[in-house]
Design a protein around this ligand. Structure first.
Ligand code: GLA
Length: 409
């Protein structure tokens, strides 16, 4: 009898050992990279991807932390091969995905790919439905590092089941792949996906607008500010290895410099994945000033991984707080209005304990912080302390972002 029990225990342990899960140790801070969709939609080919990988390195973006080069929709061939394996479009990607992954890896970067839980992708290419294990195996063989998994043509499939199935397929294929869910927040993935994926989209698609919705007929594209509002209250669900994803960046795609700065800053305040959506081969110096601001990126990438909190809404002015490692805080003023706004920060009024996530307190009444203005360069960025109230002008559709560090003497 004892032997039977011992064997049953061994069997149970072995089952446990092979039990599927998501890959751990990935995206401990929000992922950073580039994706083809926002700028190029279906117009992609291997030359573009190679040039983008080169530009990522040449423009200093790789050194700043942008790591993934992600193919979005439309890389696929029209048919699977005779064995049912997914293939790339041989005209657009004549060298194949494996060669592309090698090229990207040689530059110290990682390659991402895109599929869909339904029979077809949103762009009408072949989806993974019924081929999940085969597709995961193919990506692993190609050396892919990231999968964005979309939600078109899924009819009445259960979302949790479909995403867990692909998670398990990726795990079985054995190559650590970041799993990025793109289900638009329809089934509230933040409530159930922390052990399924490394990030989940919180909303429908972004388009290049600060605060206007775009009607596409059957669906609407959302502005940066709409997405900010829809993601603001989900902070308790995010953390290292499992992030709210408010969609890819539109920085450099046509908003004003102030709007781009505000969009980028608020994504950092949200601890969002920073996935560039512009043409980085031809990126302007102005846009690079935003994308390469390492002190702002550090707000997004702070190891605590706590999403920021909207503390105040005063008409068009908002104040956001984000706890950072080492007792520091990000303090961000956002002006959504069309006029510049003057505001006096009375620090004691921002005394706050983050009961919901980090349990940390600002303690402005009892602690003094040094103020560093993160959008100002050099010595001028040191703007005194929180000992007395601070007057600030926030331009229209712009932000002022401070890093507050406990004063040591
Ligand atoms: C959906 C996704 C987008 C993009 C397109 C591709 O709309 O939400 O991010 O991947 O599909 O067709």
């Amino acid at each position: 009898m004892k032997r039977v029990i011992a064997m049953l225990a061994l069997a149970a342990t072995m089952c446990g050992a092979v039990q599927a899960q998501k890959f751990e140790g990935i995206a401990l801070t929000p992922q950073m990279g580039w994706n083809s969709w926002n700028k190029f939609a279906c117009e992609i080919n291997e030359e573009l991807i190679r040039e983008t990988a080169d530009a990522m390195v040449e423009k200093g973006l790789a050194a700043a932390g942008y790591e993934y080069i992600n193919l979005d929709d439309c890389w696929h061939a029209a048919e699977r091969d005779a064995d049912g394996f997914i293939q790339c479009d041989a005209e657009r990607f004549p060298s194949g995905i494996k060669a592309l992954a090698d090229y990207v890896h040689e530059r110290g970067l990682k390659l991402g790919i895109y599929s869909d839980a339904g029979r077809h992708t949103c762009g009408g290419r072949l989806g993974s439905f019924g081929h999940e294990y085969q597709d995961a195996l193919q990506y692993a063989r190609w050396g892919v590092d990231y999968l964005k998994y979309d939600w078109c043509e899924t009819e009445n499939i259960n979302a949790r089941g479909a995403y867990t199935l692909m998670r398990d397929a990726l795990y079985a294929a054995g190559r650590p792949i970041l799993f990025s869910m793109c289900e638009w927040g329809t089934d509230k993935p933040w409530e159930w996906a922390a052990d399924v994926a490394h990030s989940w989209r919180t909303t429908g698609d972004i388009w290049c607008s600060f605060d206007q919705i775009y009607q596409h007929g059957t669906w609407q594209a959302l502005s940066a500010m709409h997405i900010l509002d829809l993601t603001a209250d989900l902070r308790r669900y995010a953390g290292p290895g499992h992030w709210n994803d408010p969609d890819m960046l539109e920085v450099g795609n046509g908003m004003t410099q102030a709007e781009d700065r505000a969009h980028f800053t608020m994504w950092c305040m949200l601890s969002a994945p920073l996935i560039l959506g512009n043409d980085i081969r031809t990126v302007s110096d102005q846009t690079l000033e935003i994308l390469l601001n390492e002190r702002v990126i550090a707000i997004d990438q702070d190891p605590l991984g706590v999403q920021g909190y909207r503390f105040l809404r005063d008409g068009d002015l908002e104040v956001w707080l984000k706890p950072l490692q080492g007792g520091c805080w990000a303090f961000c003023l956002l002006n959504r209005g069309s006029e510049a706004r003057e505001y006096t920060v009375d620090w004691a009024a921002f005394d706050w304990t983050d009961e919901e996530v980090s349990k940390l307190s600002t303690d402005f009444s009892t602690k003094i912080y040094d103020i560093e203005n993160l959008w100002v360069e050099g010595k001028k960025s040191a703007e005194g302390t929180t000992r007395k109230p601070k007057s600030v002008v926030v331009d229209s559709h712009d932000v002022v972002l401070y890093r507050l560090s406990p004063k040591t003497k």
